[in-house]
Ligand binder design. Sequence first.
Ligand code: ADP
Ligand code: ASP
Ligand code: MG
Length: 428
Amino acid sequence: MALIVQKFGGSSVADAESVKRVAKRIVETKRAGNEVVVVVSAMGDTTDELLDLAEQVSPEPPSRELDMLLTAGERISMAVLAMAIADLGEDGRSYTGSQAGLITDSAHGAARIIDVTPGRIQEALAEGAIPIVAGFQGVAQDTKDVTTLGRGGSDTTAVALAAALKASVCEIFTDVDGVFSADPRVVPAARQVPYITYEEMLELAAVGAKVLHLRCVEYARRFDLPIHVRSSFSHREGTLVMSPAAIAAAIAEGKAMEQPIISGVAADVNDAKITVVGVPDKPGQAAAIFGALADAGVNIDMIVQNVSAASTGRTDVTFTTPSGSAKKALSAIDAKRADIAFEDLIIDEEIAKVSLVGAGMRSHPGVSATFFAALADNGINVEMISTSEIRISVVTRVDDAKKAVKALHTAFGLDADGEAVVYGGTGR
Ligand code: ADP
Ligand code: ASP
Ligand code: MG
């Protein structure tokens, strides 16, 4: 008997009818002879609505209370799903993250899972029940307070539970048929990929393809646990996220085609660009800037330092950071004004990061040439560039992001003949 973890995203349980449809699917999986553990997200846009509510009450709510509020969304869906399963004659039992043994650190709003002790889930399975776990939440080991894992974190709950329970696969059910070569909401000609490596999926998730939470892919890679991304609205095959060895085996067995050079294009509009103007060009200045940012807990992505103007002996240092950290970044650097002696500090939030990801970049020349030609042909200005072995990213104006994604998708021959289906969700 196989143990399968099934996670259903918010759009899959948006209303009573959807909850009943999902319950049927879960019961079918169990009756086909499997043990099933379910992880569920908040219904529809509940999490956004709860955030809006908090904002109306307080401009900066205490993070402990915000976490308590947000975890209520998943508690609603787990309970109603358990009811729908009971109606179908199975023993659905709901558990909060804490009850399911998801132990985290105490970083409210972005907690990391540090241990999973799913004793109650195993007991429920042994009794033939279907445990339903609230996604996106845990309990802090030291403070014992309720925590959340960050937006989209239910994926990570599911993979962490699947790893702890030694499940054979973690199925992530969402509102599209799998992982596509671009966001189907932006590029209707996006192509669904049948297989993708952990490494490529990590890069895609890190640069804005929100179909999977970044940490869930990290977790799956660490435990070599396959993730099966599929739609809860259809019975199509979906996408398997696996190790290169597992994909090679599938190719050898004739189950998969040769991997494409490029796996996808993504855009992230949630970054801000900060420039520290007129930094004296001498050793230790970059260390002072990035040291201050590290002390403040600010994550940095791209970094560019201009060649210093010989006449002034000064240079500009530019970096990008998630918009949510921008205020913190500015005040951390401003606090060092006396030490660093820079001239000005500028923030630009009207930017986007557009990225191309593909393991084939390593061995195929000319990818950069095609990339920059496509942007140039569409009149898109490039403000910053960064690369990894399997990714090229540029910063553009935010208004150019969609055009850039479409242009790159076409230039790399990724356009499919048909239109990708988006079954539900508001894309919020
Ligand atoms: P859920 O509520 O099920 O967790 P999400 O909204 O978090 O769903 O993720 C699914 C969405 O991710 C899709 O509706 C799609 O718009 C978006 N998306 C972005 N990039 C991609 C991609 N490369 N492949 C598939 N979906 C993508
Ligand atoms: N409900 C949470 C969110 O909207 C977690 C999740 O859906 O994964 O971010
Ligand atoms: Mg999600």
